[in-house]
Design a protein around this ligand. Sequence first.
Ligand code: ZN
Ligand code: ZN
Length: 366
Amino acid sequence: MRDLLEVTESGLYCERGDFHVDPWRRVPRAIITHAHADHARPGSDRYLCAASGKTVLRTRIGGGSPIDTLRHGESLSLNGVRVSLHPAGHLLGSAQVRIEHGGETWVVTGDYKLHDDPTCEPFEPVRCDVFVTESTFGLPVYRWREPAAIAADINAWWRANRDAGRTSVILAYALGKAQRIAAMVDPSIGPLVGHGAVMKIVEAYRASGVRLPPIDRVPPRARRVGDGRALVIAPPSVLGGSWLNVFGESSVAMASGWMTLRGVRRRRGFERGFAVSDHADFPGLLHAIDASGARRVLVTHGFSDSLARYLRETRGLDASVLPTHFTGETPPDAMGSDDDVPDDADTLEPRVADAAPAPPPDAASP
Ligand SMILES: [Zn+2]
Ligand SMILES: [Zn+2]
């Protein structure tokens, strides 16, 4: 019997329902787990996403292709295949796709995390027969601290900088991570300032009903901003450019799950690393896999080989790797586009790759 979902040259495809999930080429109907560029590409004829993620998805893909929506838990039938979306906890509107046909249920997670995030719906375990899971941080070394403890660290760093008259700059991916950081920190310490790329998504979040603290923009042609009290949230691509000059003396930190690795922190040219990720850590992946009840697990997007082997050996599961991209080629539009990979993949990724253990190719440049 053919599988309900198969990898084709356009990506994960359900022939029975005639739709793709997170396709990497233009297709007639694309179901989108979330709006990060390695999952949501422009140009398809028709999209389907979670209702809470529609504004963000439109901001990212632009254009006029219709975007259909489902509320989380609501379902529809596509050529007799039942499709529903369930919160993935990764960023606003991120969804796991549940696909049911002929008594068999598949779940495609997209990216997900289990930790608290005030800017999105919490991850919801979904029972299934086949669980297609990401594995960005699928090695035992990756274990996150509680978000409240990380927030306390960021606040303490910001407060110390402010007391020394130094601007705090935190580098975070513009979609999801930046808004989560804004919602995590204590805005009574000083003003929050956002880079333009961050503010574009802040507006989409606000238009979608997410409450965020006041965040200032950097005015055009500004020569000096703040008086050393601000927390500036900017994408990693500002490193090494002149954009940061308007803030005067500053301390620069990176917010990324990769900051777990000391070597990555040391070699990157910023003073602090906060290991805050929008992906599940290793225990989180195992928890989600166990909660799915699936006997068959397809691992993708990250440390797929080692996680699949771990699941076979420790859980006795039918676990294997599902390839994410066409063989031997990475779609050029996806370079440096993942949430936990710095925007500026050209300058930053080789150093991530140096650090042991190295992220696999599809995590380093999805
Ligand atoms: Zn993502
Ligand atoms: Zn991703």
